[in-house]
Design a protein around this ligand. Structure first.
Ligand code: ZN
Length: 180
C-alpha cells in the first residue's frame, strides 16, 4: 500500500485500524482524525481480499493468525456477522443480509477486491440459536450444515459477481481451518 497523509505524519506505516483507534483516543489526536480521516483516504488503494467471519470473541486472534499465514495480514477488508455465512443469508435477520451485500459491493468499489473468504467456525452460537440445535455435539452433521450455508452463499456471490474467487472455510476452536 502506498503511504498516505496519515502514515507520513507518523513517519512510518501504521495499520489503519490501529491508527484510527489511536486517533479516536481524543485530545490532540483528534486533529489528526480531522486531517486524515477523509473519504478520499478511506477510498484509496486496492486490496486483495474480503473476509467474512463470525463475531465470536474466542476466535479473533486465531482468525488474524490464519489471515497472516495466508499472506493477507493488513490486506483484507473484514465483515463481521454473527454466524458468518449463515448471518449473510438467514431469513431471521434480513438486515444482516443487506449489510453483507452492501459491504461486499463497497469492498469491490473502494478496494477492487477479487477474492472473498467465507469463514465459519465450529461450536457457533449463532448457528445454535438460529437452527435451535447444538451442532457441536455431532461434528459430521455440523460440517454438513456449515458446508450447505457456505456453498449457498458462495453460489449467490458467484451469480452476482462471477469474477470473484470465493473460498468456503470452516475453523475449529483451536484455529485449524479446513476447506469445505
Ligand atoms: Zn459464531
Amino acid at each position: 500500500m502506498k503511504p498516505n497523509a496519515c502514515e507520513s505524519l507518523f513517519g512510518r506505516e501504521i495499520p489503519r485500524r490501529q491508527f484510527l483507534s489511536t486517533a479516536l483516543l481524543g485530545g490532540s489526536a483528534a486533529v489528526l482524525t480531522a486531517t486524515c480521516w477523509s473519504p478520499r483516504t478511506l477510498a484509496a488503494g486496492h486490496t486483495d481480499a474480503l473476509l467474512l467471519s463470525c463475531m465470536d470473541y474466542r476466535l479473533v486472534d486465531e482468525t488474524e493468525r490464519y489471515m497472516t499465514r495466508r499472506g493477507l495480514r493488513n490486506k483484507y477488508d473484514h465483515i463481521v456477522l454473527a454466524g458468518a455465512a449463515l448471518g449473510a443469508i438467514t431469513e431471521k435477520f434480513p438486515e444482516w443480509n443487506k449489510t453483507f451485500w452492501d459491504e461486499l459491493g463497497l469492498a469491490i468499489d473502494l478496494h477492487g477486491i477479487h477474492q472473498v473468504l467465507l469463514l465459519d467456525h465450529r461450536d457457533c452460537g449463532a448457528y445454535k440459536q438460529i437452527f435451535g440445535e447444538d451442532l457441536a455435539k455431532t461434528p459430521k452433521k455440523e460440517t454438513k450444515v456449515h458446508t450447505a450455508q457456505l456453498q449457498k452463499l458462495r453460489d449467490m456471490i458467484k451469480e452476482k459477481y462471477p469474477k470473484l474467487e470465493v473460498e468456503t472455510l470452516l475453523m475449529n476452536l483451536a484455529g485449524r481451518v479446513e476447506s469445505v
